[in-house]
Design a protein. Sequence first.
Length: 517
Amino acid sequence: MDGDYYSPSGTKRGNDDGMQVNDGMGDSNDAKKAKFDNQANGPSRVVHVRSLPNDAGETDVVQLGLPFGKMTNVLLLKQKNQAFLEFEDETSAINMVSYFKTNPAQVRLKSCYVQFSNHKQLKTDSSNSLNSGVQFALQAAQGLLGAGGGGGGHGGERTVLRIIVDNVLYPVTLEVLHQLFSRFGKIMKIITFTKNNTYQALLQFSDPVSAAAAKDSLDNQNIYNGCNTLKIDYSKLTNLNVKYNNDKSRDFTRPDLPSGDNGMDNDMGMGMGAGILGSGANALGLGLGGFNFNGNQLGNRMGGGMGNMGGMGGGMNQGGGGGSGTPCILVSNLDEDKVTPDALFQLFGVYGNVHRVKILFNKKDNALIQMADPSQAQQAITYLDKARLWGKQLRVAPSKHQLIQMPKDGQSDAGLTKDYVNSHHHRFKRAASKNYIFPPTSVLHLYNVSTLEEDDIRSLFSQYGTVKAFKFFNNDRKMALLEMSSVEEATLALMGLHNYQVEDNLHMRVSFSRSTI
């Protein structure tokens, strides 16, 4: 023990911070890709969490530790985007660090890093009582643990919540629910429906602790200021049976499910959901300012208030900051020898219109991508985080930046920054563009290929791997399906061949598909 201590306000004496990396644009948190040596810091009942999002609170940190045992103190260093979590016993801390070695921790959709602290206990300045935020977070956690995971009795084994939305003044979608509830844990399935003219949903978490935390925190809270009140109880169901992935139901463990008979797969809000998230995410408080538990509303930073909800397809009020309020995302763990702005434009363009791409000069395995609006940025994060590319697993998270600056006139950045605002190759040229959006898959949907022969198409795609199967559509030869031997090969082929010029003024379009050949 080196005698360091911490003030209740989070002022740190001494050094437990380790390495810091700057992304080249004044954001020292987005581009952290820390390499920790937990052998240097032996086991301790104090766990050190790094690279937290700017809007993280004590409750977020406590929820990370909730499954592992009783916690006795938490210290949030907000300016450093770090926190320390103290357990009652060392075994709980060891289990937490061990778990997050193989299952990267996430707080509000941002990846965080967990290691042992070199302190054996948390010492705070002369205050005899913890601040209210710490007290609330720890008391809520102890309440959950004391109730066997919440709900009392059998509550500890329940993972399915029944959600009723009362006093609805603004539309609620599956995507809105997913963003609100995913901060408490991994969501497996959601089914939404209307019963007795009331919007309801069944939502299944991967574990009972997450379900209990979500129920305890969100029951009787308002999604919007003064309206859309959540009423949450446990469902008698133990497992949800989802048949279709569309705007009414979703099985996040089965991306291969069909979209059903509704004629359009509104994955992640490309219909009404995108309008709501795009124009009103700051009003929702989705991942912005934490939950205002005392004020009985979600999100205590309204970022312009309900006035943003007027034009459903309008622009996002970006005054509130925070992950879900920015069109910019940070991509890390790229292959710096292969990545180019054009390659990222092609891949991320599947999920929205890419306006600018910046590969970081001093850390070329990181890039910033500016999408057209925050809902498209969130869409790209949802589908591409942890996708494999060039033999690596991508990490995709919100950036704190609102835009990417282009180099000044006469200033060269070696072609690492590129503007695509006026590109003719955007997929979402109209507000209501009906693009079928899926996560990366090994099967690709090809369009505008009627003038090509099968051998020509196979030859083109074989540059990126092995073509396993191919077929033209029976009733429309300008479309075809092509299967690569892996999802990663299909991803590379899409990046290389989408917008491939077939003839004058005719370009091949390549998309991911859930179909089978």
